[in-house]
Design a protein around this ligand. Structure first.
Ligand code: 9MR
Ligand code: 9MR
Length: 582
């Protein structure tokens, strides 16, 4: 019936239609896609409507006062989704008054609710960091700090065995190691140095970028009353574990601390399989060196002794890598030689040029030793988006952050890096302006890898780096587009962060939730997101890249959580909150 009203209305006729449904009774129209958390007051505000209908009027309703606070008209877009659906843009950027709202398409339905407020991203920023506390190994989580997600002590990791691939001059297969703490990597309970590397570094860089904000920032964790900023306490939980992963005999770093095969979907205190350290690898040693060299400078004012210890460990790991440049972690090859076979996450990478550059960059900032600079200069600088196996730009971001102390070495090199970054930012920005859903993600299916949501978050981080360099507000807005994508303006209509947004994952692949399926998921976790690889074969409803997502526990290829993905979300959400335009 209200379809008819709509058609007549669009012909300019007004009809009194008795059966017109009052707006309070409108249902959510799934085809309206928007950030379900909300917007900063003077941020660009876009929703996308998946529809082939003619353009039409829309309005925004204040959910408290019920007032009609904004009116606009949808605009048909030239771009389509990967599955060929037409889209229209709903632009309500001009609405800046804080409040709780919904977008209304008359006669059709309403959007999920959203807010406008200048503090809107702060609780998301905080939850995305508190997530690391929930991932802690070797501790009890008390109700005081973990609320309904309190859990008993688990994974002491004080009886870790040395796998046959990892024996060394002073450590045999019968050695027992004490390697507590650290964060569980993801939905599984193993601890992997490579992935810990980018995760810890992303958080350290976030702190370095915004120390004033994070010096005051409270996470409500057991260390909150000490003299060290909470975010650094949280980071240190992982550094303490990482430090143990270096073999003191030679400086090499074990690739991971793991069970042989994945534990079942059980609570952590019921995960009882033997844990091992496996093979020392060049990648793990270089990533470790980079993180420890960065930790050295960040922790210096707070714990000078630890800080010196981190630097020594970094240098030692780098030297080990120089002596062992080909210790590639190849799990199949390892399993041909040793038992038990290791079947958990591999984080295997054969191309380590970027790991060398990252480690050299952090060590150069720490020591000003020109040998590291020679390594940095030997590498072409083209832009590569950071991910666990591509870490070059983690080093460049740090060098740019410390440019004022370093550029005299070679100003031309710094100019080159900057132009690469600005060029990438320009590309993302123009993609964002033309793609369906108005974010760079929708411009190429190639972005939809395992963990595609972290591609979106890392694109956002790159844009933030470009904004800091240029003060060009377009880059900041494009970074917001990436966050808007993650929070609902996308092809599935999910806000991909647990506990944030009306339609968000409730069954992530996360062993901490095992047996607790009746409860809310732990909030603040970014799931991996659409992945057309569909390696878990859980019966996806679409073959298209941007729609290859299922909110089911078994979908480890699209619905797992992971520390590297959360670190990128935390960086993006917190920096957008901090950098909001005045
Ligand atoms: O739970 C595991 C997850 O952390 C990994 O990302 C994923 C891919 O390596 O594997 C998951 O474990 C599954 C295993 O690979 C196959 N059997 C079922 C396991 C749980 O779903
Ligand atoms: O993030 C990793 C992704 O790039 C790989 O394609 C995938 C399969 O090897 O593994 C992902 O990492 C998983 C790790 O291997 C084990 N813990 C869970 C991680 C997230 O799924």
């Amino acid at each position: 019936m209200f379809r008819i009203t709509l058609v007549l209305a669009s012909l300019g006729l007004t009809v009194a239609c008795k059966s017109e449904i009052p707006v309070e009774h409108y249902e959510v129209l799934e085809s309206i896609r928007l950030n379900q958390v909300g917007f900063l007051e003077n941020q660009k505000k876009l929703a996308v409507w998946i529809s082939s209908e003619p353009e039409q009027e829309f309005w925004i309703r204040n959910r408290i006062t019920q007032e009609r606070v904004f009116e606009g008209r949808s605009e048909v877009q030239a771009s389509q989704t990967f599955s060929g659906k037409d889209v229209q843009l709903l632009d309500f950027s001009a609405l800046e008054a804080p409040g709780s709202y919904e977008l209304i398409l008359t006669g059709l339905g309403k959007s999920y609710p959203f807010e406008i407020a200048n503090t809107i991203l702060s609780s998301l920023g905080k939850a995305s960091l508190k997530a690391f506390y929930y991932q802690r190994a070797s501790t009890e989580l008390s109700p005081q700090f973990a609320g309904e997600w309190a859990r008993p002590f688990a994974h002491a990791d004080d009886q870790v065995r040395v796998h046959a691939s990892a024996v060394g001059p002073k450590r045999t297969e019968s050695s027992i190691l004490n390697l507590p703490k650290g964060w569980y990597d993801a939905g599984d309970y193993n601890k992997y140095i490579v992935n810990s590397g980018i995760s810890t570094a992303t958080l350290l860089s976030m702190y370095e970028e915004f120390p004033d904000y994070f010096d005051q920032f409270k996470l409500e964790i057991p260390e909150s009353t000490d003299q060290i900023p909470d975010i650094l306490n949280e980071i240190q939980w992982n550094l303490d574990w990482m430090m143990g992963m270096q073999d003191p005999a030679d400086g090499g770093v074990y690739h991971k601390l793991t069970t042989d095969t994945f534990e079942g979907m059980v609570q952590p205190q019921d995960a009882k399989k033997q844990r091992y350290v496996v093979q020392k690898s060049t990648a793990a040693s270089l990533d470790f060196a980079a993180v420890m060299a960065q930790a050295y400078r960040v922790f210096k004012p707070f714990s000078p002794e630890n800080s010196e210890w981190y630097l020594k460990a970094a240098e030692k790991a780098y030297k080990w890598a120089q002596q062992n440049p080909n210790a590639i972690y190849d799990q199949n090859h390892l399993n041909e030689q040793f038992s038990p076979q290791i079947r958990t996450g591999a984080y295997g990478d054969r191309f380590l040029q970027d790991e060398w550059i990252w480690a050299a960059s952090e060590l150069f900032i720490a020591t000003h030793n020109l040998d590291y600079w020679k390594m940095i200069e030997s590498e072409p600088v083209e832009f590569e988006l950071p991910t666990w196996y591509q870490v070059k730009w983690l080093g460049y971001y740090s060098l740019l952050r410390h440019e004022s102390n370093l550029k005299s070495i070679d100003p031309a090199w710094f100019e080159l890096v900057k132009s690469q970054l600005l060029h990438a930012a320009e590309k993302y920005t123009s993609m964002s302006q033309s793609a369906a859903f108005r974010s760079p993600m929708e411009s190429s299916p190639s972005y939809f890898v395992w963990g595609s949501n972290a591609v979106a978050a890392n694109q956002g981080i790159a844009l933030i780096q470009a904004f800091k360099l240029s003060s060009d507000v377009e880059y900041l807005e494009a970074a917001h587009d990436n966050l808007d994508y993650l929070l609902g303006r996308n092809a599935t209509g999910y806000s991909y962060v647990t506990g944030f947004g009306e339609k968000s994952p409730i069954h992530p692949h996360h062993r901490l939730l095992a047996g607790k399926e009746d409860r809310n998921p732990i909030p603040g976790f970014l799931v991996g997101g659409p992945n057309p690889g569909q390696q878990d074969r859980v019966g996806y409803q679409s073959k298209f890249a941007d729609e290859s997502y299922l909110d089911v526990t078994d979908s480890y290829a699209s619905n797992e959580i992971a520390i590297n993905w959360n670190a990128a979300l935390a960086y993006l959400a917190n920096s957008l909150q901090i950098l909001q335009k005045d």
